[in-house]
Design a protein around this ligand. Structure first.
Ligand SMILES: Cc1cc2nc3c(=O)[nH]c(=O)nc-3n(C[C@H](O)[C@H](O)[C@H](O)COP(=O)(O)O)c2cc1C
Length: 340
């Protein structure tokens, strides 16, 4: 059954450039990771289906090796109208500060059906999912097309649910990870179980290959997760300063700015828990922020765009894992060589 799909154990270098939606992931970054012997990913989140198709074609033109695409799985809304309204009222000062208007706290499914069609049509070697799970029929359709499926999980129970749907591989995301936590329950506090324990539990109990993610920055970190049974290490933050990354100038500067000493997990930007540099926006709004992804994402989006235009790292989400201090500005090939 697994004959035709990519076996992640066969990568020349067991390092994956994590999908990073919102700018950092580019066709150039994905292709460079693959060309260095690892596996590059494109991030479909927030894009239109047409743009996703263009990016897959662009990456394909830059590498003949394997390519991954990551999709956000839509979830039922957990937003409470009143809570969002109250939170919006607390953001009016931010709107004046950045001369911006609050966005419409709307719901959408990130063009799920259209993006699934794009991947079934263009057939990247790997499709990974976050925020939710593909159903059993989607898993078998993808596999029949020669596409390996990967589910992001943050607990053993989520891993069991993913394997029951028929995914080929798990991406075990530990608590140090930058960006959104992949927690399946959008209204749950993300687990804090250390990555090594999550890896041990999933690799021993579930019988599918497991990718490790979260806070991995060095060759020792990568060797450690492989020793715990992972088939590959997925690194995001380590590539945020890569030459080929599309990280914004504000994001790049903040990651190297000594005024930022730590990261925090917050839902104040998007209504879903994510880890980023602890800045003024988090300090002032974390406590008041309700659940509600993607409604809060859309509510704060114009504020964050205005802060980026103003070059202000205190008004925008600067996603980063706990290891951000070790991120290096270098070509992807050099970063991969330094961790392999
Ligand atoms: C800026 C940024 C954007 C991210 N976007 C996505 C995404 O679109 N899809 C996804 O599955 N994971 C996303 N992640 C999480 C990564 O897949 C991965 O779990 C994480 O980067 C691992 O932790 P690290 O950043 O410490 O290496 C993102 C992470 C960062 C830092």
């Amino acid at each position: 059954m697994h004959n035709d799909v990519l076996d992640l154990r066969s990568l020349a270098v067991p390092v994956i450039a994590a999908p990073m939606a919102g700018g950092p992931s580019t066709p150039e970054l994905a292709a460079a990771a693959t060309n260095a012997g690892g596996l590059g990913f494109l991030a479909a989140g927030y894009l239109t289906a047409e743009t996703l198709a263009e990016r897959i074609a662009a990456a394909r033109a830059l590498t003949s090796g394997p390519l991954g695409v990551n999709l956000f799985v839509p979830q039922a809304s957990v937003a409470a109208h009143d809570a969002i309204h109250r939170y919006a009222a607390t953001l009016e000062d931010e709107a004046s500060r950045y001369h911006a208007k609050l966005g419409e706290p709307r719901y959408d499914d990130d063009h799920w059906a259209a993006k699934l069609e794009v991947v079934m049509d263009l057939r990247p070697d790997v499709v990974s999912f976050t925020f939710g799970l593909p159903d059993a029929e989607q898993c078998s359709r993808l596999r029949a097309l020669g596409i390996a499926t990967v589910a992001t999980v943050t607990t053993l129970a989520e891993g069991e649910a993913a394997v029951a749907r028929g995914v080929d591989v798990l991406a075990a995301q530990g608590p140090n990870a930058g960006g959104h936590r992949g927690t399946l329950d959008a209204a749950a506090t993300p687990p804090t179980q250390p990555l090594d324990q999550l890896l041990r539990a999933t690799t021993i109990r579930l019988g599918v290959p497991v990718i490790a993610a979260g806070g991995l920055m060095t060759a020792v970190d990568v060797a450690d997760v492989l020793a715990y049974g992972a088939v590959a290490a997925q690194l995001g933050t380590a590539f945020l300063l890569a030459d080929e990354a599309g990280s914004s100038p504000v994001h790049r500067a903040a990651l190297q700015d000594p005024q930022f000493g730590e990261t925090a997990v917050t839902r104040c930007f998007s209504g879903r828990y994510a880890r980023g540099l602890r800045n003024r926006f988090i300090d002032e709004h974390d406590a008041a922020a309700p659940f509600g992804y993607p409604e809060i994402h859309y509510l704060t989006s114009p504020l964050r765009a205005a802060a980026v235009r103003a070059g202000d790292p205190h008004g925008v989400n600067v996603w980063a894992g706990t290891g951000f201090r070790k991120a290096k500005a270098a070509p992807v090939a050099d970063i991969i060589a330094s961790v392999a």
